[in-house]
Each structure stands twice: as C-alpha cells, then as structure tokens.
Design a protein around this ligand. Structure first.
Ligand SMILES: C[S@@+](CC[C@H](N)C(=O)[O-])C[C@H]1O[C@@H](n2cnc3c(N)ncnc32)[C@H](O)[C@@H]1O
Length: 403
C-alpha cells in the first residue's frame, strides 16, 4: 500500500494520475489534490493501475456522486465533478491533444452543453447474469446489479425495474426508446422465450421485441422525430444516443452546407445527416454498411419528401473508390476507429472543397486530421457534450481545401 499520495492531475480517461516509485499510476475516482492511500491492482512495464483505499484529503472540486453505482460500474468516470467542471475537463483535454499533436488551430473552442446531462441516453445495453441485471465491472465478467442508470432515459429505467417480466436468467438486453417513450427491446439469450408481455405493457409503451435477431412481438423498428423530421430506425441501425445534442449537431451540419453544394455523406446510418444536408444542398449521396440502415435511409428520404438524395449500401473502404461522383462537400461520421487508410487515400486524391468531420473519438480524429493536414485546413472545431458524465466527447470539424 502507498500512503498519503497526492493526485496530480486527471488523465484523458478520467483517472487520477499519481507517481509511485517514479512510475505513473492511474487511479479510478481520484481527483487532482486528493490525498489518498493507494493499492496497486495491475502492473505494466510503463505504468500501474491503482485503487483508492482511503481519502485523507479530498479535492475542492469533488462532489458526492449522484449515482450509487459510480464506484463499481465504471461506465461514467466524471460523476465526482460538477457538470461545468466536466466540460472544462473535456475542453482542456482537446487543447492538450491539439498542442501535443501540433494541430494547427488557434481559435477558441466552443463546448456545446448538453441541456439534459442526466437521463439523456435513449439506448442502453445491459447484461443479465444469474437473474440479475446490470453492467460488467470494467475488464471483468462480474455483474454490478443496478435498479436504474443515472444517464439513461427514465422509461429505460422503468424497464430495468421490471426486467423480471422478461424471464431471462442470462443474456444481453438492449433497450431503445424514442421521445414518445415507446420502447423497443433487443434481447440475446440462450434461455427459452417466456416474456410476460402483458405485464411489461402495463408499465411501459412496449412497441417491439427482437429476440436473437428474430422479431417476436410488435415491430422491429421505431420512429424518432427530431429537428422537424421523422426518422425510421431499425433495431440494428445506428442512431445517436442523445437526441438533445443531436439536434445541435443537425443545426451545425445545416449551417455549413451551401445551396449549390453536392454532398457525399459517408457512414450515413439511417440517412440523418444526408437528409439535413439535403435541406440546402443541390444533391446528396449517402453510404452505409448496415443493410437495414440503408433501407431506413431510403424510406426516411421519402418520409421527409426529399428527392435529391441517393443512398449506397457498402463498406466505405471498399466501395468508395469505385464510385464516380461529382461532389464538392464531404461529410464523414465514422465509428470510433475513424477513417481507414483507403478512405484517407481516396479523400487525398479527390479534391473536395470542404470536409465536415463528425467524430466520437478524439484520438482517431486527431490521427486523421494529421493525415489530411497537407491538403485541408481545420477552419472550425467544436465539442458537443453528447456523452455527459463520461470522458467521451463528440467533435464537429469543418475543413477547407488548401488549393
Ligand atoms: C457514428 S455512426 C454515424 C451514423 C449517422 N451519420 C448518424 O448521424 O446517425 C457510424 C455509422 O457507420 C456505419 N459503418 C461502420 N463501418 C462502416 C463501413 N466500413 N462502411 C460504411 N459504413 C460503416 C455504422 O453502421 C454506423 O451507421
């Protein structure tokens, strides 16, 4: 055990940093200026992972966590800070990373706040183990049983509180909800199907259940209305988890599209950004790998009376180079892995006037910005607090061709 250790700063994953025997040690739930006793739980060649055994002095910034599962769950790392401090933490993290990686951006960075920093998630994936529901403790299969999740929408929490009606002993449950509080359940389990649907329907507006990828009740999709547009979303299609920040993202997209733009929207999901861009653009093309998402995108274009959009099904890395499109503005909103080498090469070869890069992973975003920097200047960068209470952040970038 190490005693009376001063926590020096916070790392990019929301962990406290201390130096023990000259080795950097990352400590969960430890804030700068906490003085703590630490037990090392894992040792690696360059760093240690530690755990707080006792707090001797607590940081002035520390607040009591509003979630009783904070210490064990690991899903949210910043619940020991005030909301304003979590936003500062994210801002400083981006500034540090920009500086370290020599990202050429000297303007102030705006952080777009989440108007609802608790109960904002409209999708939650949970584990069910030995008849208990919750999350796995970090890097283990130990289930932390919960009866509510502070960042989940309240109707999702009602499903958690009534999960016994599902009659599942072991498996995985994903709960999706729209702003009408309609619930779609996606279950994977080896257990025999025996859900007490009528019991569940007394508690929530259940609209569908997909069990091991088969529709067993109602419908396997839901609708969401955002930004005055209606989106159909299949059970296996991506949709942003936070509707309150998604409308801010839509606004940013729209304000960066011009009337005569011809837009290519890569990783387009159910067509959201394509449809928003088409409000101004002359022509929009979208590309997405999940078949149901592309079917949704085609239907969503019709639902919203958009007739200037075409969607393509395919893997961006494979299909992109085969398409010959007349496009001046590129939108990319990739998964956390960012852009593949092939996609970067394609972008470098094609002279797009502008690129709108939406990213949920700051590290891969910075890697990609470096690869693009000889041909594109970062004109505008904003943080959107899509994932409040956690160290994750959403970025909006507007790039302009140097030529
Ligand atoms: C972060 S989401 C963005 C979706 C959409 N822009 C939105 O706002 O809802 C990333 C999307 O990329 C899709 N995707 C992942 N890998 C892909 C690939 N190699 N090619 C095409 N689409 C891919 C995912 O299915 C997902 O819909």
């Amino acid at each position: 055990m190490y005693q009376n250790i001063l926590i020096e700063s916070l790392d990019h994953y929301g962990r406290g940093i201390a130096h023990l025997d000259n080795k950097v040690t990352f400590v969960k739930n430890a804030l700068p200026n906490d003085v703590v006793d630490i037990k090392i739980t894992k040792t690696y060649s360059k760093y240690n992972i530690g755990e707080v055994l006792k707090y001797h002095q607590k940081s002035k910034e520390r607040i009591p966590s509003p979630c009783p599962f904070f210490d064990l769950c690991g899903g949210c790392q910043l619940l020991n800070l005030k909301y304003a401090d979590t936003l500062n933490y994210k801002l400083n993290k981006v500034k540090e990373l920009f500086l370290k990686n020599k990202i050429n951006y000297n303007k102030d960075i705006e952080v777009i706040k989440n108007p609802q920093n608790f109960n904002y998630r409209h999708k939650l994936s949970l584990k069910i183990k030995d008849n208990k529901i919750g999350f796995y403790e970090e890097e283990t299969h130990n289930l932390i049983a919960i009866n509510a999740c502070l960042i989940a929408n309240q109707t999702i929490n009602e499903v958690i509180q009534n999960y016994q009606s599902l009659n599942i002993t072991n498996g995985e449950l994903t709960i999706r909800v729209n702003q009408n509080q309609e619930i779609l359940l996606i279950i994977n389990s080896q257990d025999k199907l025996n859900i007490n649907i009528s019991e569940l329907k007394k508690k929530v507006k259940l609209i569908g259940i997909v069990y091991n990828n088969k529709l067993v009740y109602g419908q396997d999709f839901y609708y969401e209305r955002l930004f005055n547009h209606l989106f159909k979303i299949s059970y296996d299609a991506f949709f942003q988890v936070n509707p309150y920040i998604t409308i801010e993202l839509f606004s940013l997209i729209l304000s960066h599209i011009k009337e005569n733009n011809k837009v290519l929207d890569l990783y387009c999901g159910v067509g959201t950004l394509s449809i928003i861009a088409s409000l101004k653009a002359q022509k929009v093309y979208g590309m997405e790998i999940v078949p149901n998402a592309v079917l949704n995108a085609l239907e969503n274009a019709k639902l919203n009376n958009k007739n200037n959009i075409e969607f393509f099904l395919g893997d961006v890395s494979q299909k992109l180079s085969k398409l010959k499109l007349d496009v001046d503005t590129l939108i990319v909103d990739p998964p956390r892995a960012g852009l593949s080498k092939k996609t970067i090469d394609y972008i470098l070869k094609n002279n797009f006037k502008n690129i709108i890069y939406v990213s949920c992973d700051i590290n891969t975003l910075i890697r990609d910005l470096k690869l693009l920097e000889n041909k594109y200047t970062l004109k505008e960068y904003k943080i959107l607090d899509m994932f409040s209470c956690s160290y994750h952040l959403e970025s909006f970038c507007f790039l302009e061709s140097i030529n």
